[in-house]
Design a protein around this ligand. Structure first.
Ligand SMILES: [Zn+2]
Ligand SMILES: [Zn+2]
Length: 563
């Protein structure tokens, strides 16, 4: 007796039918979000691959819409379409599911016979102009959506070895808007693995040079660079306006920060890491499997909390990350990251919450799913965000912000800052108290030492604004709250979120090097004219009392001992 194996797509097929009947009987409602993949896997007792195959089939049939980072939504008119779709599915001659693009796969799956990928019927066939159109050949890729790629906004955090590769690929593919973040400058050692940097760039800002070269590579791409610290200097409103965030980082602290920011705004992010010939790539999507923080071991958590227990040491350690690797590793991992970003832009399925390990020594690729941690502190998606079009971080004082919060939440509302703000450093030996007002992560260990006696001073910190503070007249910017940030307030019952939307035009513009990337000098002059975010810049009141008027171009707070 010969037993035929059950065809792989049969299972997805019956899952799709089952989902259709659930939509028809109202168990899953039209216009609403589908239950999570995990939930469906439990209920229907099938693998994630099968669920995804069924869902992408239903998406192709116009029943559901897959929105990466948000979930799968039942279309408002889905219920009416069910009878027709069910009939189509049951017709043995038409196998609509077999025609759908199949991307999802599980590691170790026996399924090697993937269905061919015909162009989706809704995409008109265009004859590309190979002489004039640099993106012409992409048009021949069946699922490529030129308009979507050109409209996409992608943030690349870290412009080192990985960042260079990711940016190069995104620019070549014509991804329309690139926001490049790095706080570092170029040194000779970067030249061995950074395709965008040249010897003459030594000492220049990585983010700026990368942006200029990306613009040279593809002048149709709009770029913006940000030379600053991802942990504290970028408002959440910036993340909110990105389609995908790609992390090209070399340290845990920045990854954790990126993970929390993106999670709060329900955004996907793509992580990459390299060391020697090893690499890994992972995509994190809120609500779909594990997030970055879920993947941290007890050991890693202990190390991090240990650092934070002596706050002024935290920052020093971050700067240690100098990873030995090769340009081949960064090419491979950076390419995979850019490719995942491209899929997310196209709303194609991705393997969220899994890690793809790349071993360049043995040429092995393997992927493993992480276990989500139900207790994970990162799992918090902000609710509705109130935009404040007239409010900027620089023109709104803490008192005004508190008033806005209390108008919405009542008189007992408090503002919760995202991290501890060092308000003062006090030396008990010398009986001095020095005002600081900067995020803890930007105050170095040496600054904590008393200039009078050399002892480590007591650090006064706060992360809640109650209305009783002595510094309520300080603007938010002078409390370390960056432009376009989303400020969080709560009363006993609920949280509300307020965006400093007045900062939007200056904070996100994608207009760097629009005049042409070839003239670095001219471009640099233009850039300097744009005000940079100065965290901890002296606030007006203090300046009036004590500040010399001949400040250097980039003012920093100096710590004045107060008698
Ligand atoms: Zn988590
Ligand atoms: Zn002292």
């Amino acid at each position: 007796m010969k037993i035929e194996p059950v065809a792989h797509n049969t299972l997805a097929h019956s899952v799709a039918e089952r989902l259709l009947t659930l939509i028809a009987d109202g168990t899953i409602r039209s216009g609403e979000k589908m239950p999570s993949e995990r939930n469906l896997m439990d209920k229907l007792q099938v693998s994630r691959t099968t669920i995804r195959e069924a869902l992408s089939g239903l998406a192709a049939l116009g029943i559901v819409e897959i929105r990466p980072g948000l979930g799968t939504f039942v279309k408002p008119d889905a219920r009416d379409l069910v009878p027709h779709t069910l009939a189509a599915l049951q017709d043995p001659n038409a196998r609509p599911l077999a025609k759908t693009v199949k991307i999802a796969r599980d590691n170790g799956s026996q399924d090697t016979s993937r269905p061919a990928l015909p162009p989706p019927p809704e995409k008109p066939v265009r004859i590309p102009n190979l002489k004039k159109d640099r993106l012409a050949t992409f048009e021949l890729i069946s699922w490529w959506e030129r308009a979507q790629v050109q409209a996409a906004r992608v943030m690349v955090v870290g412009a080192g070895a990985l960042g260079n590769e990711v940016l190069k690929n995104l620019a070549l593919m014509g991804v329309g808007n690139l926001f490049i973040v790095d706080f570092d400058t170029i040194e000779a050692a970067n030249l061995s693995r950074s395709v965008l940097f040249r010897a003459e760039d030594n000492g220049l800002k990585k983010a700026e040079v990368a942006a200029r070269r990306v613009k040279e590579l593809n002048p149709d791409v709009h770029v913006q660079f940000f030379h600053g610290d991802i942990n504290t200097q970028l408002g959440l409103g910036v993340f909110r306006r990105m389609d995908v965030v790609v992390g090209c980082l070399d340290n845990r602290e920045a990854r954790l920060a990126l993970n929390r920011f993106t999670y709060r705004l329900n955004q996907p992010w793509v992580d990459g890491a390299i060391q020697e010939l090893l690499g890994l790539v992972r995509v994190f999507v809120p609500g779909q499997g594990a997030c970055y923080e879920c993947t941290l071991t007890e050991q890693a958590r202990r190390e991090m909390s240990l650092r934070y227990s002596c706050p002024l040491l935290a920052r020093q350690n971050i700067l240690l990350g100098k990873v030995p690797t090769t340009p081949t590793s960064s090419s491979i991992v950076g390419a995979l990251q850019a490719q995942e970003a491209l899929k997310l832009i196209h709303k194609l399925p991705v393997d969220a919450g899994k890690v793809l390990h790349v071993n360049g020594m043995t040429n092995e690729f393997h992927s493993t799913a992480y276990t989500p941690d139900p207790e994970c502190e990162s799992h918090w998606v902000y609710g509705d965000i109130t935009e404040l079009p007239d409010r900027k971080a620089s023109n709104t004082t803490l008192a005004e912000m508190l008033r806005i919060a209390r108008d919405a939440l009542g008189a007992d509302a408090l503002i919760e800052l995202d991290q501890e703000i060092v308000t003062a450093l006090e030396c008990h030996n010398c009986a001095t108290n020095t005002e600081v007002y900067r995020p803890i992560s930007t105050v170095g260990y040496n600054e904590g030492l008393c200039p009078g006696c050399g002892e480590l001073r007591e650090v006064h910190m706060t992360h809640v604004i109650t209305g009783r503070e002595s510094f309520l007249q300080r603007p938010l910017l002078a409390m370390g709250i960056p432009p376009l940030h989303i400020v969080r307030a709560h009363n006993a019952d609920e949280y509300r979120f307020f965006e400093l939307t007045g900062d939007l035009p200056e904070t996100i513009h994608f207009a760097h090097f629009e005049g042409g990337a070839q003239a670095p000098r001219a471009a640099r002059i233009r850039l300097n004219a744009r005000p940079q975010i100065k965290l901890g810049a002296p606030q007006p009141l203090a300046v009036a009392e004590q500040a010399p008027s001949s400040k250097p171009a980039r003012p920093r707070v100096v710590l004045h001992p107060v008698k």
